[in-house]
Design a protein around this ligand. Structure first.
Ligand code: FES
Length: 138
């Protein structure tokens, strides 16, 4: 870049779905959960953004979810959407959750932002793994 030239516009003109914008502007289930049954923090291997997920489990089913994400708008939006999506799911269904399912559920993501949905999928699966480690008989 030569002195005085504008910064790169990469990523700033991405077209997000209305659902991405809705969840980004009004995130659901964000925040802390006291004494969660399972929790995990994961980092996006592409950018280093991080997500912490806490789950409450009742009778083998996800009863509640809270999350804290430090990341871009799609990371916040997919964290919010995924937290709503998995409520009521049995644990084995959460374990098979993929970033592609989340990206599709939120109306698609720009090609260079698909990796952002990996945070929610990875963190939720890791929170279930933590729950299973704490409750080996379940
Ligand atoms: Fe890091 Fe989107 S750029 S999660």
């Amino acid at each position: 870049m030569t002195p005085g030239s504008p910064p790169s516009q990469n990523g700033l003109v991405a077209a997000y779905s209305s659902l991405v914008m809705e969840h980004f502007e009004h995130p659901r289930n964000a925040g802390e959960m006291p004494d969660p049954d399972g929790e995990a923090t994961t980092a996006n291997p592409v950018c280093g953004d991080r997500m912490r997920v806490m789950i409450r489990v009742d009778n083998g089913v996800v009863a509640d979810v809270r999350w804290q994400t430090r990341g871009c708008p799609p990371a916040i939006a997919t964290s919010s959407l995924a937290s709503e999506m998995v409520r009521g799911w049995p644990l084995d269904r959460v374990e098979s959750l993929t970033r592609e399912v989340i990206a599709e559920a939120i109306g698609g993501l720009p090609k260079d932002k698909v990796h952002c949905s990996v945070l929610a999928a990875d963190a939720l699966r890791a929170a279930v793994a933590d729950y299973r480690a704490r409750h080996p008989a379940v």
